[in-house]
Design a protein around this ligand. Structure first.
Ligand code: SF4
Length: 191
């Protein structure tokens, strides 16, 4: 039994990423699992999202450490990244409580080579979006509808459609935050 019932069990993250994360965070999770690394903006964007869904500091530290040390030694991880994670949790520096990024912030961020912190609907090639949403269980018709919204520049509406097709339920107010997406998805599961 976990002390804080609001906290997320790190062992559930793979399942959550599959079922409850919006495409932006699902992608970040998959990249972290396969490449064992994220650049600074990726760590911040994904790390703050995870913090806001209830991943506790100790669990976050272990989560990032387990992945990063598949590619670097522990010493390198501790020197280069631990401060960063502490900072995200307000444990060092200004001790500020940083908020997770909204869709607008993610959509308007610039994403360089080797970075993955963008909004797939905005930053990916539209055909890749179509392929990805089909892989995630959306029908070809649904994927074409999403593709059209993306082509018209309606990224958050496209995300809302993706939610609708993967949950069988439309969101009245659309998507404006990855953490809102997560909560709505969890609420559906809880019933
Ligand atoms: Fe993530 Fe928002 Fe883009 Fe959806 S619209 S993929 S929640 S940034």
């Amino acid at each position: 039994v976990r002390e804080n019932h609001e906290s997320v069990d790190p062992a559930d993250l793979d399942a959550y990423a599959k079922k409850h994360f919006p495409l932006c965070m699902k992608h970040m999770h998959e990249v972290l699992r396969s490449e064992h690394h994220h650049k600074h903006q990726g760590r911040l964007t994904y790390g703050l999202f995870l913090k806001a869904i209830g991943l506790l500091y100790e669990d976050a530290l272990k989560f990032w450490r387990d992945e990063f040390t598949k590619k670097m030694d522990l010493n390198q991880f501790e020197k280069g990244y631990v401060y960063n994670i502490k900072h995200m949790y307000g444990l060092v520096g200004k001790r500020a409580s940083y908020s997770p990024y909204s869709c607008v912030k993610i959509i308007t961020s610039s994403v360089g080579p080797g970075e993955h912190h963008g909004c797939p609907f905005k930053h990916w090639d539209v055909n890749l979006v179509k392929q990805k949403v089909i892989e995630c269980g959306v029908s070809v018709d649904g994927a074409n509808e999403i593709k059209q919204l993306v082509s018209d520049g309606h990224y958050q509406l496209a995300c809302g459609k993706y939610f609708e097709y993967t949950h069988g339920k439309a969101l009245g107010n659309g998507i404006n935050h990855p953490n809102q997406y997560f909560e709505e998805s969890m609420n559906i599961e809880k019933g």
